[in-house]
Write a protein that binds this ligand. Structure first.
Ligand code: PGA
Length: 265
């Protein structure tokens, strides 16, 4: 794990965006794994600005989102489809036909959505870079604690804690969904690279458990300890409970020195 602790949330967003930008420069037809929630909004803003400045194109890219609510129409402002349109897709040059979420149409059997989504990801050659947030309970996507570490895209019931955490995004009159379709943990683990972003003190315990605790289905993000290429971008609040912080900072310093030496040679 590459654990990078930054001063503030904007640096987290900027470094996350830079990773996606580098991937798209190297591989314009990259397959992106995208996330919703409060954390990636600033990352998407960086991508939009780079696109507007003519430095980034998504023309040949495709994307797969982690999750979508069941029972919320795509046009509903609360759907993750709407979120993605608003924060990213409408402001860049991606072909919307190449953007996918595990959506369940009104006439569709929700049990069939997951396997079809998996096939679609495979048909596009798999995900090159998956962006993740993390829940206060350690969930990734909507893989709540006790999710099978080998799970695939499927229906999940949200925990009461997740429903409470997401209440802030709904008006008092809006009915909050309790079910979602989410990429599974095995699906996420198949991405060739993962970048997890966490900001704010509300994430500090989940980050400590996931990075320094044992691999456990009770802290789903802890499975990332078994992925080959993971970068964790944290602000200092989210990193506050890490016991080995000195070491992570030291590693980054050593990397900078080594890179300087190699590039200077
Ligand atoms: P947040 O959600 O970015 O809104 O905190 C993260 C998550 O639940 O995965």
């Amino acid at each position: 794990m590459d654990i990078i602790i930054l001063e503030n949330s904007d640096q987290v967003a900027a470094q996350g965006a830079a990773k996606l930008q580098k991937l798209l420069l190297d591989k314009p037809a990259a397959v992106l794994g995208l996330a919703t929630g409060g954390t990636p909004i600033a990352l998407y803003r960086h991508l939009v600005v780079e696109h507007q400045n003519g430095k980034l194109s998504f023309r040949d890219a495709s994307s797969f989102n982690l999750d979508e609510y069941i029972g919320v129409r795509p046009t509903d402002p609360q759907s993750y489809r709407s979120y993605m349109q608003r924060h990213l897709f409408e402001q860049i040059d991606i072909d919307v036909a190449n953007t996918f979420l595990p959506e369940c149409a009104a006439d569709e059997n929700p049990l069939e959505v997951g396997p079809k989504y998996e096939q679609l990801i495979a048909a596009r050659g798999g995900i090159d870079l998956q962006v993740l947030g993390i829940g206060q309970n350690g969930h990734i996507g909507f893989n709540e604690p006790s999710s099978s570490l080998r799970s695939r895209t499927r229906i999940k019931t949200l925990t009461r804690e997740t429903i409470a955490d997401n209440r802030q995004y709904f008006d008092a009159t809006e009915v909050q969904p309790q079910l979602a379709i989410t990429m599974g943990i095995a699906t996420i683990m198949e991405a060739r690279e993962v970048v997890l972003l966490a900001t704010g003190s509300s994430k500090a315990a989940a980050i400590r458990q996931s990075i320094e605790g044992p691999v456990s289905a009770m802290w789903p993000a802890s499975i990332l300890q078994m992925h080959e290429r993971v970068t964790v971008l944290l602000d200092s609040d989210a990193a506050a409970e890490l016991a080995n912080r000195d070491y992570y900072d030291w590693v980054q310093e050593q990397k900078r020195l080594l890179l300087h030496e190699i590039e200077g040679a």
